[in-house]
Design a binder for this molecule. Structure first.
Ligand SMILES: Nc1ncnc2c1ncn2[C@@H]1O[C@H](COP(=O)(O)OP(=O)(O)O)[C@@H](O)[C@H]1O
Ligand SMILES: [Mg+2]
Length: 255
């Protein structure tokens, strides 16, 4: 894992036609690489940055992330650092288009990075350059990070988009920085449905991992929140969680 304190300025830039980028764009099969490179070039992507938490096997390039269905690269678009999510050739998902649409909706509510372009194979969005929740947990999760994650989940609930993996938030909740005041954003809308359950699911996944039991009082607040989906009910939940987590550091694992 690369430290999230490394800045993109310290990274290496690659042309779209370089072997490293071509291999990353069609990972892991090696097919359709140059078609994707020309598409990115038409969209205005200038360079790919070798930057991020993992190194892509064989391609010899660092990436922001590697999921089951995609590779996420850092790139320069109109002199801005952006995240380019490319569908993996071996992905079970047939298209990233719906994810682009969902990102547009949820980013407007402040829950997700803003998408700048999307089609079946590629989503270009704002890059979130701070740590994943998992990485903050390794250092000891502080109450500000829990509060920010809760607000991101609340913003998602307002859109009625239910992120079906938010009960395992380790990689899908990301932060703009590693300090108080940094903002949490939720990525990866592969599995999603409708509803107002992101706040309860996030809490249900996070607290036990931090060694904090979800007691009957909190359960009741969460039931009321789910039924009402109101800001008032959210504030009650927020207050309760702040009371539980204030002045403590949690170092739970992601397993
Ligand atoms: N906008 C982004 N900015 C920075 N890193 C990102 C961004 N989106 C995704 N990532 C990184 O890439 C990883 C994989 O992305 P994800 O959307 O979960 O892909 P998949 O759909 O393949 O599971 C994430 O866990 C995260 O570390
Ligand atoms: Mg994922």
């Amino acid at each position: 894992m690369v430290s999230h304190r490394v800045t993109p300025l310290a990274s290496l830039e690659y042309d779209l036609s370089s072997p490293q980028v071509l291999l990353a764009l069609c990972y892991p099969s090696g097919e359709g690489c140059s078609e994707k490179a020309s598409r990115l070039s038409r969209i205005g992507v200038e360079k790919v940055l070798s930057f991020g938490r993992s190194e892509l096997p064989l391609a010899g390039i660092r990436v922001l992330g590697k999921g089951h269905s995609s590779v996420v690269l850092a790139a320069l678009l109109e002199e801005r650092v952006v995240a380019v999510k490319v569908r993996r050739a071996d992905s079970k998902r047939r298209s990233l288009f719906r994810e682009g649409e969902l990102l547009q909706l949820t980013s407007r509510a402040g829950a997700a990075p803003r998408p700048l372009y999307w089609d079946d194979e590629i989503v270009i969005m704002e890059a979130v350059l701070g740590p994943e929740l998992r990485e903050l947990m390794e250092e000891g999760l502080e109450s500000w990070a829990i509060a920010e994650a809760l607000w991101a989940a609340r913003a998602l609930d307002v859109t009625n988009v239910e992120h079906l993996e938010i009960n395992r938030p380790w990689r899908s909740v990301m932060f703009s920085g590693a300090h108080r005041g940094a903002k949490a954003l939720i990525v990866d809308y592969e599995s999603s449905s409708e509803g107002c359950s992101n706040v309860p699911s996030l809490i249900g996944g996070l607290l036990p991992r931090m060694g904090v039991a979800v007691g009957e009082d909190l359960r009741e607040l969460l039931r009321r929140y789910k039924a009402e989906c109101s800001l008032r009910a959210f504030r009650e939940v927020e207050k309760f969680i702040a009371y539980l987590t204030e002045q403590r550091r949690f170092s739970g694992s992601e397993a």
